[in-house]
Design a binder for this molecule. Structure first.
Ligand code: ING
Length: 309
């Protein structure tokens, strides 16, 4: 038995006018709740410190950079790291990273239970577009504000297991989980900010978005025999609704706990990392069953090439 008591710290909306310290106070409150429930790891959403700013078209780089962190921990986030160390709880959360070289990434980190950063990931699959799109009901400008991640999908040995991270849209791509699965990942931690409606398909509403969220997380867990922890920033940010639906999927693909609201809400589950073993030794024993001589197209080709007529 290798138990990690996971707290999923779903966050409700962060308004454009809210300060980082307000968001961090809410994160610390969720951390305190998690301590009372015996959590040893708490996972927060993507871009947990600010509103989902890629919905806003900005041309002034100085304005864009106000949404980014130049150091981690920094003055705003130090209280969160201090409380995590006090509680001996590992934390993972997403934020906008501005590197000393001036590069911009949608980033997440993982600490150990002494608040030391032991893992870092930069979002690879950036959805949306980079220029203002008048056809859309609202903008989704991650390709404008972030570079694609440059770290691959690394995994980290910590807390007695093998942990990996991804971010939001990454969770929809099977390659994300498989690259970590091929490194033996036992728990994938991710946050997301997912609009409740589709900016290009108004008929697609929250129920569809929640369905695709469950589908993506459950499939990733099952097909790589790993725990998957997916944590939302939900609710109405300045009139733009986002789904909640935070959940923990077990290595057999089943959902063991799911959030009920679109607000700050802690979901908790004692995850036994040994539950990954059966799947990794049987149906998804990659070494025994995969036939990589037939998979080349997956990395040799980016888009679709259809057969000739
Ligand atoms: N958000 C959304 C997500 O992948 C999206 C963007 C929503 C893409 C629905 C496609 C369909 O959940 C982020 N931040 O990636």
């Amino acid at each position: 038995m290798r138990n990690v008591v996971v707290g999923g710290a779903q966050m409700g909306p962060i308004q454009k006018a809210d300060s980082r310290s307000q968001a961090i106070e809410r994160m610390i409150s969720l951390l305190d709740q998690a301590k009372l429930q015996g959590c040893t790891l708490v996972v927060f959403p993507e871009l947990a410190l600010t509103t989902f700013f890629p919905r806003w078209y900005m041309e002034d780089q100085a304005e864009v950079d106000t949404w980014f962190e130049r150091e981690m921990p920094g003055p705003d986030t130090q209280p969160l790291f201090d409380r995590a160390r006090e509680h001996a709880i590992a934390i993972s959360f997403g934020y906008a990273e501005l590197t000393p070289e001036g590069l911009h990434y949608n980033t997440s980190i993982l600490t150990d239970r002494e608040a030391n950063i032991v893992g870092k990931y930069r979002k690879i699959h950036l959805p949306g577009h980079s220029e203002f799109d008048p056809e859309r009901d609202f903008q989704h400008l991650e390709k404008r504000y972030f570079l694609p991640g440059d770290m691959g999908f690394p995994v980290t040995r910590t807390m007695g297991g093998i942990f990996g991270m991804c971010i939001c849209n990454d969770r929809r791509w099977p390659e994300t989980y498989r690259v970590m699965g091929l490194q033996g990942v036992e728990m994938v931690l991710l946050g997301y900010n997912t609009p409740s409606v589709n900016s290009q398909r108004p008929a697609e509403g929250p129920a569809d978005r929640l369905f695709h969220n469950r589908l993506s997380l459950q499939a990733g867990a099952y097909q790589n025999s790993t725990w998957v922890v997916g944590i939302a920033k939900g609710g109405d940010e300045d009139g733009f609704p986002m789904i909640g639906g935070s959940l923990i999927a077990a290595p057999d693909g089943k959902i063991v706990v799911e959030a009920k609201t679109e607000d700050d809400e802690l979901i908790v589950h004692a995850c036994d990392l040994d539950d990954c073993t059966f799947g990794k030794k049987t149906i998804f024993d990659f070494a025994r069953h995969r036939r990589i001589e037939h998979y080349g197209i997956i990395t040799e080709q980016t888009g679709v090439i259809e057969p000739a007529e």
